[in-house]
Design a binder for this molecule. Structure first.
Ligand code: GSH
Length: 389
């Protein structure tokens, strides 16, 4: 395909939509123009995070006495505040993060916000959700506005390093894909030579798109929007030949197109997109807590512990299970500033990883996403928890 950027971009069909993939064409505003990536523009905070706890105080003495949670760190701030502030998608991403008219949030990413709140408060509802655009999400961590970001965000070197963030275990292994109209007959990226591609700014998506097309010697015109609502709407309205984002995002957004069956996701995977929570670097205890809450969901699946059968396991005589659930004298939780039964709290509230996955993305949902890399290592996937001991 050798196609020029359609003239409609100069004004005929700019979209303003209320929901991801909503289909209400509006009077034209200014044409979206390719712009510099927020990735490149966002810099690390000028100063080291101020809320760093006295981590030395958290290490267990040589005698093995239980470590004490640090005071003054992020966990203490959250407990004093009475809720967790969790950064999530601003545009709805069905399956990952949506909000209903009553303000109730749901989705795969949202369940991890709830898991953290459950671990801290024994109450998954103790979350304040902070909707964030791709551009603003990391700044919200850097400034301390949010406690944790769980918004289909990719773990990269730049974000881990230059942006001063700390990445938690990957909760969803993804890769970038491309959606096209079936009627185009396009099945490969090469056939998109000269095409217009709708893409969201401030994302790895925008960067990968340029790299992948350049590497293949292909030309393209990016049509860039700051949020997924507008990106999807523009594609749906025919402003672009292709729409690119993480494959999970494509599957999710496809359900919101006017006629989902008219579109297909190409086979090609353009990148690695390990998606997971992140926190501000500098408060090791908080990082450890979130890390082990995520691991708890993997390990619970490996042990076969679910929200339904948890009660049976609390009577277990098996040392591994007793340690995991914080039964008896097992006090591993307090070493990361959590209660010793934090794993039970998490499982009770959101279930194990398989429950979280199936509830939001599994066979009984419109997405029916195969687990693939997001299977336990025992099933050929990449999910692997270090030992709870
Ligand atoms: N994983 C990529 C892309 C994440 C991303 O922001 N994707 C878009 C498209 S699916 C999105 O979630 N938009 C939601 C929004 O605008 O609130 C990244 O971390 O940069």
């Amino acid at each position: 395909m050798k196609r020029q950027m359609p003239t409609i971009l100069t004004g005929a069909l700019a979209m303003v939509l209320a929901a991801c993939g909503g289909q209400t064409p509006q009077a034209p505003s200014t044409a979206p123009a390719p712009q510099a990536s927020a990735e490149a523009l966002t810099t690390a905070p000028a100063e080291a995070p101020t809320a760093a706890p006295a981590t030395a105080a958290t290490s267990a003495p040589a005698g093995g006495a239980p470590a004490q949670p640090a005071t003054g760190g992020r966990i203490q701030t959250i407990i004093s505040r009475g809720n967790l502030i969790c950064g999530v998608n601003a545009s709805p991403l069905p399956g990952f993060a949506t909000v209903d008219s009553a303000g109730a949030y749901a989705g795969f990413d949202v369940d991890f916000c709830k898991a953290i709140a459950a671990a801290l408060f024994d109450d998954p509802s103790k979350v304040e959700y902070r909707p964030l655009s791709a551009q603003d999400r990391f700044t919200a961590l850097q400034t301390g506005e949010i406690d944790v970001l769980i918004r289909n965000s990719t773990f990269t070197l730049q974000r881990d390093g230059s942006l001063g963030l700390e990445w938690m275990p990957t909760t969803f292994y993804d890769g970038q894909g491309m959606m096209v109209r079936k009627e185009s007959g396009i099945t490969t990226l090469e056939e998109l030579d000269g095409a217009t591609i709708c893409v969201q700014s401030g994302t790895t998506t925008e960067l990968n798109l340029a790299d992948q097309f350049r590497a293949r010697g292909l030309e393209f015109t990016p049509v860039v929007f700051p949020d997924n609502n507008q990106t999807v709407a523009a594609y749906d309205a025919g402003q672009c030949d292709g729409y690119t984002t993480d494959k999970s995002g494509l599957v999710s957004s496809q359900t919101l197109l006017t006629t989902p069956a008219d579109h297909q996701i190409l086979e090609v995977t353009m990148s690695k997109e390990p998606l997971g929570p992140s926190v501000l670097q500098g408060d090791q205890q908080w990082g450890d807590a979130v890390r082990w809450i995520v691991f708890a969901t993997f390990q619970a699946e490996e042990f076969g512990i679910t929200s339904a059968n948890l009660g049976e396991f609390t009577a277990s005589e098996v040392p591994d299970i007793q340690r995991f659930l914080g039964l008896g004298d097992n006090k591993l939780g307090e070493g990361v500033g959590l209660s010793n039964d934090f794993v039970q709290r998490v499982i009770k509230a959101v279930g194990n990883y398989a429950e979280i996955y199936n509830r939001n993305l599994g066979p009984d949902t419109p997405f029916n996403l195969p687990r693939g890399l997001n299977s336990l290592y025992t099933d050929g996937g990449l999910l692997y928890s270090p030992p709870f001991r």
